[in-house]
Design a protein around this ligand. Sequence first.
Ligand code: UDP
Length: 235
Amino acid sequence: MQYKRILLKLSGEALMGDRQYGIDPDRLAEYAEEIKSVIDKGIEIAIVIGGGNIFRGVAGASKGMDRVQGDHMGMLATVINGLALQGSLEDAGIQTRLQSAIQINEVAEPFIRRRAIRHLEKGRVVIFGGGTGNPYFTTDSAAVLRAIEIHADVILKGTRVDGIYTADPEKDKEATKFDFITFDDVISKGLKVMDTTAFTLSQENELPIIVFDMNTKGNLLKVVTGENIGTKVNL
Ligand code: UDP
């Protein structure tokens, strides 16, 4: 196995499946199977889940809502997604713990780094909800932060696109995919992988990111075993 401990970032939108809003139970069940295949190989896996399928603070702010209020709603949305993901993982027979960056003790443990690491060592999947717990951040930043804190070997950003391209492959047919790219090249070419705060945090801490297609069966295990799919961002 290439990696012992991974941090998987899933966006809220990924949970929508083909829907326009909310959570698709079939998609959740598919993800649970993917995650199980990795757990069964003895890999430790923590997940940061987004909330964009329910609410984003910037969207509220663009309609006149107070940004911080909106971000609080967004953070709560990630906890809702975390609960849904937890349910599907447990249905698949995986032990899990949900830890939230905002105190919501009846439904999730508070984020405690050492406890999270202990859960991972015991083979539990740890889901981090609530983002960083602060407004004006994203769950991409939370993913990098948590990955550093738990000493993950890599950040796996599961998307619906199979890597980083020279241009948006959904809009430009000429776009070509990178197998490897450096942090500096991503910045100088103006490519979009994560928001800048998240990306520079990863670079400064020398934590590689792999962007891959999470919606193709078997891909998560392939990435973890070191198969060259997706795009790896490294120093
Ligand atoms: N959010 C926040 N602080 C964080 C993480 C998230 O305020 O540390 C809020 C923010 O409003 C964001 C929303 O939660 O828009 C959902 O997170 P994100 O947009 O990162 O979700 P994704 O795009 O991954 O689904």
